[in-house]
Each structure stands twice: as C-alpha cells, then as structure tokens.
Design a protein. Sequence first.
Lengths: 286, 157
Amino acid sequence: MYSRKNQRDLTRTEKKRLVDAILELKRTGRYDEFVTQHRQYYVTDAQSGPRPAHMTPSFFPWHRRYLLEFEKALQAVDSRVSIPYWDWTRDSTASASLWAEGFLGGNGRPGDRQVMTGPFAYRQGNWRIRAGVTDDPFLRRNFGRPSAPVTLPVAADVKRALSDPVYDAAPWNSLSTTGFRNRIEGWGIRGGRGVANHNRVHRWIGGSMAGAASPDDPVFWLHHAFIDLLWARWQKAHPRSRYLPARALPAEDPQRGRIFTLDQPMPPWDVAPSQLMDHTRYYRYV
Amino acid sequence: MNPTTGTPREPAGAPRPARRAVLRTVFTAAVIAGTGAALAPVLLEGHGAAGRAQERDAVGPERFSELYRGREIKGTATAVVAAGAQADAGEAGAVTAAPGIDVRVDGRALHVMRRADGSYLSAVNHYESFPTLLETARAAVDELGTAQLSASSPHTI
C-alpha cells in the first residue's frame, strides 16, 4: 500500500524523483512501449472489434490497470515514486506549479507548439518523440487551443457527473447520454452536450495530448490518476451502485463481444473489471 | 447541401441527415485520382438493432480540396459504411482507418476513424469528433500549427 498525492503537494524532491524515474523509463524504451500500447487499444465504437479502453464501460478499470502497470515500472526504477494526480478543476491555469520548469515544463511555443521548458523539452536531450502523429521529435502542447478556444472543465462539471447514480447505460459506447462513465469520459453528443471532463482536458492541453499518442506527454498519467480518483469518489458516493453491465449481454445485443462486462477479462492483461473495483488493495489517494 | 459533392466554400455546420437512398447508392472510386490510393467502393447496410440509428447518423460521400490556413487539405470518402458495420483488421482491432476514406494535409495521410454516430475523429484530434471530413481536416490543421503529419502512417505499420 502506497499513496498517490495531489501533484500540488509534492515536495521538490518528490517531483525530481518522479521526473527522473520517467526519464529512466524513456531512456530504456519502456516508456514508448506504454505509448504504443495505448494507441493499440484505442478502438472506436464504429469498429466491430473489442474495445476495452475508450468509448466503453471498462474505460475506468482498463485505465486503472494501465496506470498500475506504469506505476510498477516507475517503482522498479525508484520504489519511493507513485503517480500523483492533477485536479484540473483547481490548478487550472498555465501558471500552475504543475507546468513549472522543475516539474512538467510549460506550454508549447507558437507555431510548432514545441515545449521549450522543463525536463521534457527536446533541447534537454532526454525526451525524443518517436512514432508520434507528426514528424516532429519534440513534445507539443497548445494550452486552451487559441484558434478555437477550449476551457478546462470546472468543479460543477465534475459534480454533475458524480451525482449520476448509474455507472453506465446502453448503448454502452460514446453515445451513452446518461451514466457516470460517459459523463466523465466526456464524448460530445450531437444535439445534446459538448466535449466534457476527461476528453476536454486532453483537448485543452492540446498538441501531443490531443492526439493518438497522448501518453507521449507525461501529464497523461497525472490526468488519468485524477480520473481514477473520480471513479473512487463516485463509488464512495453511491455505495449501492455497481459496475455495469453486470452480466453477459444477450446474444442479440450489438455490443456483445465488443464491450467488457463485470467478469469478462480485458486485454492485454486478462484481468476483469471486477478485479479492479477496489483500488485500496494497491494505493490510497491523499 | 449536396452530400455527394465537395463543399469547400460552405461552412461545415450541422450534421447532415443521411437518407436510406444515400446508403443504397453505389459511388465509384473514380474521384480519387491523384491520391494514388486504390480505394474500392464499399457498400454495407446497417445491421441488427443498431441499424436504424446508424443510418440516421451516417454521413454521405464527401470530396473537398482547399487551402486552409496555408495548408492544402484534401479529402475523399468514396464509401458509405454504416458505422458499426465496419470490419476490423488485426488482433486488437485498433489503429484501423475507416474504409473508403482518404484525407490529406499537404499530401500526408491523416488517419481518420469513426464513431458510432458516423462522425469522424483523427489521429490529431483523438478526443473529439466532427460531422464531416472537411471539419476533421480543418481541426487537424488548427491543432498541428506548422507541424507536418508523420510520413509513416501508423496504420500501415
């Protein structure tokens, strides 16, 4: 059992340890394997294959396990490290300490969106993007996307999602209009609602985080730790609510074989959502 | 708005109502000359219980070519594939481009996928979707800034 802290509460030493562990995974090539894996499991709901990670009820448990794997890799480098979370409803500006020189570095510059500050700036020599969406070897950020402005979600957005007592709802994809899962995953629904919460944060950071290789930006892990914390908060707020679908779908359901019900093992780990319901087996949020 | 022709000068706005007639029409691949891609026309109907919703939200064929913020964007959708009826390739089923779709920014392929409502998302904008390929391409340019798309498209790896 270890703790995951709010990133704003980390000491300078804790930040340095985390950054150093991330850079070490990058150096060995392990980091890029995580990036590739996320890309590989990005299956959309227009495709007929299984979708464990996005547009799907198992969005939360899949990413919980994915973060656990990354955290385990970090801890193999430095056992004192864990993934902190970024509460973007609170630290919501470009001047937040998260983006400081001594932590994740700041916004990208105009034009090519290249991040110029902090340990992940290309010119530091330790963060080369391979197989990204663009030809550029550098990390890109584009806070707030000035060309078509987007704002970070606010506390009220999160509160609204947390107040939904139902975990997820048919059609169990990006078009689910009710349910905690898609309210947080945040797919925009035509004529209904705009891009929200999780998706909106990816979009606000922009650059690498907006695209298919989003874990190229280390803030990915801090963002998803907060998403994971929101899931835990929802569970606590609705103790009688359960992961849905709880049982295997009937043969005629178009989502059968495409989504993962409570006890269906998810690739690549062969672990079912039911095995990931209780995070306190591994860590606690402080 | 005619969904069978390019509409580069029209503001890409509200989702277009797709008609059953559109789904039933076969379009040839002749329009894609110049891209070098060999795209076969595909015609699939929505299947099962989800068929009706997919039809309603399906987007018709589209073709455009324009200069947007100094970048040349081109796109063709030669196929009408009901979302959800799309076949997968590969084990994980991922990094599969939507069939019959070719979008380019300065000649480089933009990887495009679809959502169940027929809207599109690209490798550049992976967390939002757009009703038309034109909007998808423009949004990609907005996000790219001066960057060029990768020459080695991930879905060919």
